[in-house]
Design a protein around this ligand. Structure first.
Ligand SMILES: C[S@@+](CC[C@H](N)C(=O)[O-])C[C@H]1O[C@@H](n2cnc3c(N)ncnc32)[C@H](O)[C@@H]1O
Length: 323
């Protein structure tokens, strides 16, 4: 734990009852055995696919169609050509990024995660709100934009979406601010290639870069948005990315961070062994949960920090770049 770690919530408390500590040790022990960890990952993946198909998301069919792109091959050759065009050969990948995420051994660096990320989001977000089913994902994005509409003093004209993935957060941003110039940044060229194909008519600047070092112009943006990105980062990376966001923003510009809310009932009461189990698919979740995000923002040049709950288990953190 470093100086940016907040006081432990009940999920990490030293006062954790013995039974929870034992359960955590058992889960940690089981996950350190590779075949068991792989079994847990496959099980998690199958559950997500099952849930998706039960709420009307045609996971397998949608992915098959995306891979083929109206060709009669199972994988359209254009994908590889476009990947080569979108890849910035100068981009370097931090070690923490080149690990397995979300039950994919290749993490974010492959076609399978890139083709499945959208259907996975519909599945994972289906149960956030009562009775939304596959529209839960859309509703989560809407609640974020309601917060932005309410708290930002002006509609932003220039926006960077850090960790834009296949463009779901970027397109929601464009619908909210149709006049704005929007740049989507991601480290996975696979995700960006899918974003650019899926949203080929949108006027978005897709950039393959680390959010820590985007090489975008300084003091040029009204809003830097991170939607569901921080829980995928070690704390040191979060701090570097906040510094980069501060560099990108005009004085008085805003950073907006939407992610899981560690203070929400669902997470603050989560038994620690479940958190450990989640680590098999989200390697930096414990670092995210223990980050003192207000302190991290203050230290990197932000003020007027607000946290607003926008779902039963998510929060939006808003802060202003100091002048
Ligand atoms: C959970 S996804 C968020 C997706 C997207 N914002 C959305 O709303 O659907 C996190 C994204 O952050 C990207 N990412 C993680 N670390 C990054 C970094 N250091 N620089 C740029 N992108 C990064 C991942 O490649 C992934 O696409």
């Amino acid at each position: 734990m470093n100086t940016f770690s907040s006081a432990p919530n009940s999920a990490t408390s030293t006062a954790t009852p013995l039974v929870n500590r034992l359960a955590t040790q058992v889960v940690n022990g089981l996950l350190s055995v590779k075949p068991l960890a792989n079994f847990a990952k496959n099980r998690a993946r199958n559950l997500i696919i099952k849930r998706a198909e039960s709420i009307g998301v045609a996971w397998r069919n949608d992915v098959k169609t995306l891979k083929a792109r109206d060709t009669d091959t199972s994988f359209a050759p254009a994908w590889e050509q476009e990947l080569a065009q979108l890849t910035n050969p100068k981009t370097s990948y931090p070690d923490y990024y080149l690990t397995s995420f979300h039950a994919y051994a290749e993490g974010n660096m492959g076609w399978e995660p890139a083709m499945e990320v959208e259907v996975a989001a519909y599945s994972v977000h289906a149960k956030i709100f009562a009775e939304t089913g596959k529209n839960g994902d859309r509703q989560l994005r809407q609640t974020y934009h309601q917060v932005l509409q309410e708290y930002l003093p002006h509609a932003p004209q220039s926006i960077v979406d850090l960790g834009c993935s296949v463009g779901m957060s970027t397109m929601a941003m464009q619908s909210a601010y149709p006049q704005a110039q929007i740049t989507g940044v991601d480290l996975s060229p696979y995700f960006l290639t899918v974003a650019s194909y899926r949203h080929s008519k949108a006027n978005i600047n897709w950039v393959h870069a680390a959010a820590e070092k985007t090489d975008l112009p300084a003091a040029s943006y009204d809003l830097v948005s991170l939607f569901l990105m921080c829980h995928e980062l070690p704390q040191t990376a979060t701090l570097e990315i906040f510094q980069e966001a501060r560099r990108l923003l005009k004085p008085g510009g805003h950073i907006a961070i939407m992610d899981m809310n560690p203070a929400s009932e669902i997470y603050s009461q989560m038994p620690p062994y479940i958190l450990t189990l989640l680590k098999s698919t989200e390697p930096y979740l414990d670092q995210y949960f223990s980050l003192d995000i207000d302190l991290a923002l203050q230290t990197t040049g932000f003020e007027s920090i607000k946290q607003i709950a926008n779902s039963p288990r998510h929060r939006t953190v808003l802060a202003t770049a100091k002048g």
